[in-house]
Design a protein around this ligand. Structure first.
Ligand SMILES: [Zn+2]
Length: 212
């Protein structure tokens, strides 16, 4: 017997639906928020719409649809799509400075001492601090959420830049931390970041002299 009834999904516009400029991972065109609605069909013809909907982003050029769970990834990618090598280097340097700042400010070190270490670190790694002046200000260093910023930047790097740049940001910090004395608490934070990058405990101990 022929099945006369069924369901199908139809894509619909959303009122004031968000647009992510150049967000499509396939063709770099704009993504537009839309929704799929389930319709009951009769002889394959949609007859009755249901309330059941799910949001998607649809590309305005290639019509590919994407899960809104990756919204931040699409936004990040679009933002850094045309970054020049110099911009990528600046971002990597800024990321390294942020990692080190988060570590050095987690355990009551004096701001003068932190600034001194950051300046030496920059000299040591060929980072031009003129481009990153804000990173050695009290305002930046007194933020309570620096660790969170590091993890957010990790996501941005994962989405937008090569793994090499992400690793460079951590590795130059790890390497430099071998020539300064970190407290137990500071070492633990460095370890947490290293684990977040996917290093094992053994790999961490190979790269960093301080035992955890
Ligand atoms: Zn597309």
């Amino acid at each position: 017997m022929l099945v006369l009834k069924g369901t199908t999904e139809i894509i619909e516009n959303v009122k004031n639906g968000e647009i992510i400029n150049k967000g499509c991972p396939e063709c770099q065109q704009d993504l537009l928020l839309k929704q799929f609605r389930v319709w009951d069909t009769l002889f394959l013809i949609p007859i009755i719409p249901s309330r059941e909907t799910r949001f998607v982003y649809e590309c305005v050029r290639c019509y590919e649809t994407f899960d809104p769970a990756y919204r931040n990834t699409f936004i990040n990618r679009a933002k850094y799509l045309n970054a020049t090598p110099q911009e990528v280097k600046d971002l990597t340097d800024a990321f390294s400075l942020t990692i080190l700042s988060a570590i050095l400010t987690c355990d009551d070190r004096s701001t003068e001492n932190v600034v001194d270490i950051l300046k030496n670190f920059a000299r040591n790694c060929g980072i031009d601090l003129e481009n990153h002046k804000e990173k050695v200000t009290t305002e930046f260093l007194s933020q309570e959420e620096l660790s969170k910023t590091v993890l957010e930047w990790y996501d941005i790097f994962r989405d937008c830049f090569s793994e090499e740049n992400r690793d460079k940001a951590l590795h130059q910090t790890l390497e430099y931390c071998n020539i300064i004395d970190l407290t137990v608490k500071e070492t633990k934070l460095l370890y947490i970041f290293s684990r977040h990058w996917g290093l094992t405990k053994v790999q961490f101990e190979e790269l960093h002299k301080g035992k955890i």
